[in-house]
Design a protein around this ligand. Structure first.
Ligand SMILES: Nc1ncnc2c1ncn2[C@@H]1O[C@H](COP(=O)(O)OP(=O)(O)OP(=O)(O)O)[C@@H](O)[C@H]1O
Ligand SMILES: [Mg+2]
Ligand SMILES: [Mg+2]
Length: 489
C-alpha cells in the first residue's frame, strides 16, 4: 500500500513590542538574567495584569497579513500547568475565543531549477491566538537556573489546518510566513533567538483515504531545515512502522537536528489536562472596524503580490523578482529607482533590476557593508543616472562597471566620475565617425557581406575596427546606427 503524509504546523512568533503583554516591564533579548521583570512578570501576590494594546495591534496586523477574519471580541483563558519556567503556574492564552480566525498562506514550492518559478499553493489556517511566552531554563552540570526575562512576552500561536504534504511544503510555508511577518514589522522572527518556533504534527494515511491518521507532534525545531528534516524523518519512521504491521501512537517526540534522531517525550496517556477557564482579571477585548482598518492601512504589500506586480508592470524576469521580494529594503529601493526613471521606466526597469540584484548585492557582499550604508553611497537617483548614461551610449557596460565601483567607494554621482576618469564616450564628429565606418566596411568586406546576407552577429566584426580607430571613445550606440545605415545603402 502507498501512504501519504499529512502535516499541520503550530508556529509561535514573538510579537515586536516595546513592553510585555500585561505589564510595563521591557521586552528584550540578551539582557542580564531576570532584569526584565516586575511583580506582574514574577506573579507576586496581588499583582494584576493590564493589557498592552500594542500586542493586540501587532496580532491584528499579523492576522490581516495572512487573510484571517478578525474576531469582534476575543477573551483570555488560563492554561494551568506547573513547570518552573512559568512563574504563575498558568499561562494566559485565548483557547476559546481567539482573535484571528481562519486565514491562509500562499506558498511557493521549489521550482525545477533555481531560475524557474515553482508551483504555488494555498495553505488554510485554523486560527491565530495570542498568549504569553514563558521563562527559560538554563541547565548546568549540577543545577538548572531560570531566567524570567522572556516570561510575559507577547507570543502569537498560528495553527494551520492539517493541509501540508511534505517537509518541503512545511519549509516553504515557514519561509514565506517569516518574510511576511518580518516585512510587516510584526516580528524579527529570528529563530536562533527563539523569536519564531515551530511544532510539526505529522500523520500518514493510505493514498486516497480522506480520514486522518494518528498524529505525532515533533517539538523543539529551531530552524526551518530542522523542521523539514524532522518531518521527512517522521514520515519514514511512521511508514516503516505501519508497513511492519504496527500502528502509530499519538505522542510528542523530540527531534535532534544535529543527530537526526527523534525520541518520545510523552504519549497520549499522560497528555495534559490544562483545566482551561476564563481569566477573572482580564476583560474581553472588542475590536472595532475603525481599529482594524487603521491597522490594515499600515501593512506593506505581501511578497508574492509584490512579485506578481513587478513581473506584470515591468516585465521583470522571475530570477530578478525572486531576489527582490525576500528583502523589503531591497525591493523598496528598486521601486524607488523605477519611479525616478519616470517616462524611461519601461526601458530601464530591467537594467535597474540587474544592477541591483547583481552589482549592488555583489558589492555589498564583497565589502560587508550594510544595505543602509550602500544606499547612502548609491541613492536610487544615482543608479538611475548610471543606467541612463548606458542607455544613451555615453558609457559602455564595461566603463559603467568602473564608474559603479567608484560610486560605491565615494558616494559621488556617475557623471562627475565618468568625467574625471575620462570614461565617457566622446561625442565624435559625425563625418569622422562615418569615415571610420566606411573604412571598416571596406577593410572587412567579408563581414559586411555576411551581415547583408542576414547574419546579424557579423556586424560585431565591423564595430571592433571602428572602436579601435576612435581609441575606444566612440559612442557604441552611434557606431551601431551608422554601420547599419551604411550597410543598408
Ligand atoms: N491527524 C493529523 N495529522 C497531522 N496533523 C494534524 C492532525 N490532526 C491535527 N493536526 C494538526 O495538529 C495541530 C494541532 O494544534 P493545536 O494547537 O490545535 O492543538 P494541540 O497541539 O493539541 O495544542 P497545544 O497548543 O497545547 O500543543 C494543528 O496544526 C493541526 O493541523
Ligand atoms: Mg497549539
Ligand atoms: Mg501542539
Amino acid at each position: 500500500m502507498k501512504y501519504e503524509a499529512v502535516i499541520g504546523l503550530e508556529v509561535h512568533i514573538q510579537l515586536k513590542t516595546r513592553t510585555k503583554m500585561f505589564t510595563r516591564a521591557a521586552s528584550g533579548y540578551g539582557h542580564e538574567p531576570n532584569t526584565l521583570t516586575d511583580p506582574v512578570v514574577l506573579a507576586l501576590p496581588g499583582a494584576l495584569p493590564v493589557l498592552n494594546k500594542a500586542a493586540i495591534d501587532q496580532i491584528i496586523r499579523a492576522g490581516l497579513l495572512v487573510n484571517c477574519r478578525i474576531a469582534d471580541e476575543c477573551r483570555w483563558d488560563r492554561k494551568n500547568y506547573f513547570y518552573p519556567d512559568s512563574p504563575k503556574n498558568y499561562q494566559l492564552t485565548q483557547q476559546f475565543a481567539p482573535i484571528c480566525l481562519g486565514g491562509s498562506v500562499e506558498i511557493e514550492l521549489p521550482g525545477s531549477a533555481r531560475n524557474i518559478m515553482g508551483e504555488h499553493k494555498t495553505i488554510p489556517l485554523n486560527r491565530i491566538h495570542l498568549e504569553e511566552d514563558v521563562g527559560k531554563l538554563n541547565h548546568f552540570a549540577t543545577e538548572s537556573l531560570v531566567d524570567y526575562n522572556r516570561a510575559g512576552t507577547p507570543l502569537m500561536e498560528l495553527v494551520t489546518e492539517p493541509a501540508l504534504a511534505s517537509g518541503d511544503e512545511a519549509a516553504a510555508f515557514l519561509t514565506i510566513l517569516r518574510a511576511t511577518m518580518q516585512q510587516g514589522g510584526v516580528s524579527d522572527c529570528d529563530m536562533e533567538k527563539g523569536q519564531m518556533r515551530c511544532d510539526a504534527n505529522v500523520s500518514i494515511r493510505p493514498v486516497g483515504s480522506t480520514t486522518l491518521g494518528t498524529k505525532v507532534e515533533m517539538k523543539n525545531l529551531n530552524s526551518i531545515s530542522y523542521v523539514r528534516d524532522a518531518i521527512e524523518h517522521e514520515i519514514k519512521r511512521q511508514t516503516a512502522l505501519v508497513e511492519k504491521g504496527g500502528s502509530v501512537v499519538q505522542e510528542t517526540r523530540d527531534y535532534d537536528g544535529l543527530t537526526g534522531v527523534s525520541q518520545s517525550l510523552r504519549t497520549k496517556e499522560d497528555a495534559h489536562d490544562y483545566r482551561y477557564f476564563p481569566d477573572p482579571d482580564l476583560m474581553p477585548v472588542h475590536v472595532s472596524a475603525e481599529w482594524k482598518n487603521s491597522l490594515a492601512a499600515t501593512l506593506p504589500e505581501r511578497p508574492f503580490d509584490r512579485q506578481r506586480r513587478l513581473m506584470a508592470d515591468h516585465n521583470l524576469p522571475y530570477t530578478i523578482t525572486s531576489v527582490l521580494i525576500w528583502d523589503k529594503p531591497l525591493a523598496d529601493y528598486y521601486d524607488a529607482a523605477v519611479k525616478l526613471a519616470g517616462s524611461d521606466a519601461p526601458a530601464l526597469a530591467q537594467p535597474l533590476g540587474n544592477w541591483i540584484t547583481n552589482d549592488l548585492l555583489r558589492e555589498l557582499g564583497a565589502t560587508k557593508a550594510t544595505f543602509k550604508e550602500a544606499v547612502a553611497k548609491i541613492p536610487p537617483a544615482h543608479l538611475v543616472a548610471l543606467v541612463k548614461l548606458i542607455a544613451a551610449g555615453t558609457l559602455t557596460t564595461n566603463t559603467a562597471k568602473e564608474v559603479f565601483a567608484e560610486m560605491f567607494a565615494t558616494g559621488d554621482a556617475p557623471e562627475p566620475i565618468a568625467d574625471r576618469k575620462n570614461l565617457k564616450a566622446v561625442p565624435t564628429d559625425a563625418n569622422e565617425l562615418e569615415q571610420w565606418c566606411r573604412d571598416a566596411i571596406a577593410a572587412n568586406a567579408k563581414a559586411a557581406e555576411e551581415f547583408r546576407a542576414g547574419k546579424e552577429s557579423a556586424i560585431n566584426g565591423l564595430k571592433g575596427p571602428v572602436m579601435k580607430a576612435s581609441k575606444g571613445k566612440a559612442n557604441p550606440k552611434l557606431v551601431d546606427e551608422t554601420l547599419r545605415r551604411l550597410l543598408a545603402e
